[in-house]
Design a protein around this ligand. Structure first.
Ligand SMILES: [Mn+2]
Length: 258
């Protein structure tokens, strides 16, 4: 079996359309959406394209889908991310929201040449746990302790990765809609029989115009930061790594106070 891996689309429809064009010729059996298809500028269109794969789609939720669902039930808008999630919740039909509720946290598939592959958004135990290119082996080893699959494919930090600790290969499939990479484009992957980390280019100017024409809160900023320009992984990884270490510290001190 051969699998196309789509993470962190974030409602960037022009980027997704470009990737779908390549999937058509890639002879894949299944498509895995690894979460954070929403929120973003084109939530309905993004979910509709994914659902077009029908029975060939496996979809695990990210923190993004959870945030959209949570914001559908809250009314206060504290910050930009909450406002974006709420706008998406307002665009989606009750039926589309119900589909998001039903999404699993992980999916395991047997892939040609790679064996059992566990797909998750952040890590096997959390859709918001952070792994970056500067995560020390010891921290990654602890995260993967108890995982039986030889390969774990995740997203969440929006930069492609392929590293191995102990017996486990940990891959980040990259982000289609909001990548932190060295070049513009949509980043995704094909699994089977090898791992192919892919980059698909698309017309950034045209995409930015389409995104700006949506009602997504701060659409011009999204277009500027993720389509017309981009941050590099060596710039973002230390920032996210620090956030992860800070969270671990907070969790430990909360535990020791119990
Ligand atoms: Mn994301």
């Amino acid at each position: 079996m051969r699998v196309a891996v789509l993470f962190d689309i974030h409602g960037n429809l022009p980027a997704l359309e470009a990737v779908l064009g390549e999937i058509e010729g890639a002879d894949v059996d299944l498509v895995v959406c690894g979460g954070d298809a929403v929120p973003g500028p084109f939530p309905c269109e993004t979910l509709s394209l994914l659902r077009g794969f029908g029975a060939a789609l496996r979809y695990v939720h990210g923190n993004g889908e959870r945030n959209v669902l949570r914001s559908a039930e809250e009314t206060a808008s504290e910050d930009q991310l909450a406002a974006q999630a709420r706008w998406c919740a307002e665009q989606l039909s009750p039926e589309e929201l119900a589909c998001l509720v039903a999404l699993p946290a992980t999916v395991t598939l047997a892939v040609d040449g790679l064996g059992d592959v566990l797909f998750c958004h952040g890590t096997p135990r959390s859709d918001e746990e952070i792994v970056t290119l500067v995560t020390p082996d010891e921290r990654l080893r602890a995260i993967l302790a108890g995982v039986r699959e030889p390969v774990v494919v995740a997203g969440h930090t929006h930069s492609q990765l392929d590293r191995t600790v102990g017996a486990t290969r940990f891959v980040n499939g990259g982000s289609i809609g909001m990548p932190y990479e060295h070049e513009q484009g949509a980043y995704w992957a094909i699994l089977g029989p090898d791992l192919e980390l892919r980059r698909t280019t698309y017309d950034a100017q045209r995409a930015a115009d389409r995104i700006r024409a949506t009602g997504f809160p701060d659409a011009p900023q999204f277009a500027e930061e993720y389509v017309l320009s981009y941050s590099r992984p060596d710039e973002t990884a230390p920032f996210f790594e620090e956030m992860a270490v800070e969270r671990d510290r907070a969790a430990q001190s909360a535990n020791s106070e119990k």
